[in-house]
Design a protein around this ligand. Structure first.
Ligand code: NAD
Ligand code: AHE
Ligand code: ZN
Length: 369
């Protein structure tokens, strides 16, 4: 079949809207009509050539929602007509990682996913007879895409696609990092670095679990109003304070935060986030994705004296199990999504979404098909 898609032909070049050829689903695979997709900073990071796994030409996008149109042989968990959210972190429920119950990082198809192909080693997309690669196993910047069955969360039919798509990455990543990874307890002091599409969801997750102080840190003053809207109690712009940001935050949190979150991808900020934690018990969670080749460092003394450095992918969520629950949280008003969708675009306008993100003018842009 044919599908309209925004293709990343090369790094650092705007996406191009073209009509592609798409092969139907093979055994264990599913054809999904994407109805809406968010644009996450990770898409921009890959397009900017900063991802060590970046492959071109490819169809980016990993924050979608849509409808199952066709299933391949042996598919039993979804059927045509089901509403689904694609999962860049699948849940096979059979691999060592899934069975461990210690991680959400299902390993069953990670190797082929990182190479931009389906589990059988081939791509379903082609243009003028040449393969176009998949991205994060999702490729939601295409009107139709093919995914493995284990990479689809079936969701309720009444959730609007243009909002629920955000649960495919940003919402789950932010709220999940609070609930699943850090397990923030009521009354805790929390510091969130980077108040974008992820950081604001960390803030609303911290509010949901009853955190006490919720400090937001951003170099863009416009983000103060955004943070306060979702539960932030204090705002700090590192550029406008006197002195060192870490000492400033330690002072603000009575000796250091119980939990900090990096939502910037900047390795200097990751260090600040660790060092702003309380001696003896503070936990710092790295969510931001750093450029290829970057490394983090700190004095080992920071860890010897009880601070804990952790990371979180997709908010520690097991997609097929947890994503339908997060959709319920949204539909029941436990978490907010609507105000964070600042821009709704047509596929032809997708490059505008990247510009708005780089200019700090959007929280989430969503493309509707
Ligand atoms: P975004 O562009 O919407 O937000 C980033 C925010 O960080 C902006 O408000 C920006 O002003 C702020 N910022 C930048 N540099 C800063 C600094 N030095 N100090 C303080 N604030 C700073 O991006 P996003 O979509 O929220 O994504 C944030 C990060 O999370 C990215 O690195 C993205 O790749 C990553 N991410 C990780 C996961 C995961 O599963 N681990 C999932 C989604 C996104
Ligand atoms: N490809 C990069 C790693 C990128 C990365 O860490 N991705 C996150 C999700 S970001 C979503 O917006 C993730 O889930 N990581 C776990 C995984 O298995 O990829 C690189 O450095 O090579
Ligand atoms: Zn993302």
């Amino acid at each position: 079949m044919k599908t309209r898609a925004a293709v990343a032909f090369e790094a650092k070049r705007p996406l191009e809207i073209v009509e592609l050829d798409l092969d139907g689903p093979k055994a264990g695979e599913v054809l999904v009509e994407i109805k809406a997709t968010g644009i996450c900073h990770t898409d921009a990071y890959t397009l900017d050539g900063l991802d060590s796994e970046g492959i071109f030409p490819s169809i980016l996008g990993h924050e979608g929602a849509g409808i199952v149109r066709e299933v391949g042989a042996g598919v039993t968990s979804v059927k045509p007509g089901d509403h689904v959210i694609p999962l860049y972190t699948p849940e096979c429920r059979q691999c060592k990682s899934c069975l461990s119950q210690k991680t959400n990082l299902c390993t069953s198809i990670r190797a082929t996913q990182g190479k931009g192909v389906m589990p059988d080693g081939t791509s379903r997309f082609s243009y003028q007879g040449k393969p176009i690669y998949h991205y994060m196993g999702c490729s939601t910047f295409s009107n139709f895409t093919v995914l493995p069955e284990i990479a689809l969360a079936k969701i309720r039919d009444d959730a609007p696609f243009d909002k629920s798509c955000y649960i495919g990455c940003g919402v789950t990543t932010g709220v999940g990092a609070v609930v699943n990874t850090a397990k923030v307890t009521p009354g805790s002091n929390v510091v969130v670095f980077g108040l974008g599409g992820i950081g604001l969801n960390v803030i609303q997750g911290a509010r949901m679990v009853g955190a006490d102080k919720i400090v937001g840190v951003d170099i863009n003053d416009d983000k103060e109003e955004w943070g306060r809207r979702f539960g932030m109690t204090h705002f700090v712009n590192p550029k406008t304070i006197d002195g060192d940001i870490v000492q400033h935050l330690v002072g603000l949190t009575d000796g250091g935060a119980d939990y900090t979150f990096d939502c910037t991808g900047n390795t200097t900020v990751m260090r600040q986030a660790l060092e702003a934690c309380h001696r003896g018990w503070g936990v710092s969670v790295v969510i931001g994705v750093a450029e290829a080749g970057k490394e983090i460092s700190t004095r080992p003394f920071q860890l010897v004296t009880g601070r804990v450095w952790k990371g979180s992918a997709f908010g520690g969520a097991r997609g097929r199990t947890d994503v339908p629950k997060i959709v319920d949280w949204y539909m029941n008003g436990k978490i907010e999504i609507d105000p964070m969708i600042t821009h709704v675009l047509k596929l032809e306008e997708i490059n505008k979404g990247f510009e708005l993100m780089h200019e700090g003018k959007s929280i989430r842009s969503v493309v509707v098909f």
